[in-house]
Design a protein around this ligand. Sequence first.
Ligand code: ADP
Length: 251
Amino acid sequence: MTPDLEIRDLAYRYPDGTEALRGVSFALAQGECVGLVGPNGAGKSTLLMHLNGLLPEAWNGREHVFIHGTPLGRKTLYDARRQVGFLFQDPNDQLFCPTVFEDVAFGPRQFGLDEAQVTQRVAQALAQVEMTGFEERPPYHLSAGQKRRVCLAGVLACAPSILVLDEPTHSLDPRGRRELKALLRRIPLTKLLATHDLELVVELCPRVIVLDQGQVVADGPTVELLMDEQLMLRHHLERPHILMHRHPHGA
Ligand code: ADP
């Protein structure tokens, strides 16, 4: 079956010569939830930017990113942006309207839905993130966790098939983190979750991809890989506490 998302031999060098990605390949099957981890500077953000075509100068005529089998390029960018929903690290980059309703409605309106459809999408998305009733509130007065959920509603309102999340638990308190985790678990989309929060990866992602110095250095079952002390140390990561008392192959 065609993967929902496939990266084939993706390389990228910034204009100053920094080699950020060196031959990255992996594929996500429909419904998979995969963690993308690695130390600072590993290339996670650069990789995520390629999934949304945010680095157009990288398009050198060759095809490296495939969304449901369709190569991402100038002509397919619009469709790709409908398919791939992005949750950015900082909610303040995603929220810019005077009310929650307007913010969540922004994406569907961009895609040309009429107002009745937009209203329906917003209601559905707010219900999905348990923020019904906040429609007229200004987003900048919400808590960090609520802001994050409104951002997620804005992404879901565009009805993507793939969700890409950049540090979704960044700056959340334990309750905000717990609520977001429960929501993400309930969203049945294909998910790629880039994070330093290895506990979150253990809790949500059966599979993890470890990136270091622009290369995939491991790709496999989360518990097995994150329990591997040598692998973790080699790539400046730490075995998450949640796995401290687990055996790699079982209970
Ligand atoms: P991560 O998200 O895993 O921390 P990044 O994708 O931000 O990694 O960075 C990968 C590499 O690219 C690092 O060496 C980083 O210093 C470099 N880099 C990131 N952004 C730029 C940029 N705008 N110009 C030059 N080098 C950059």
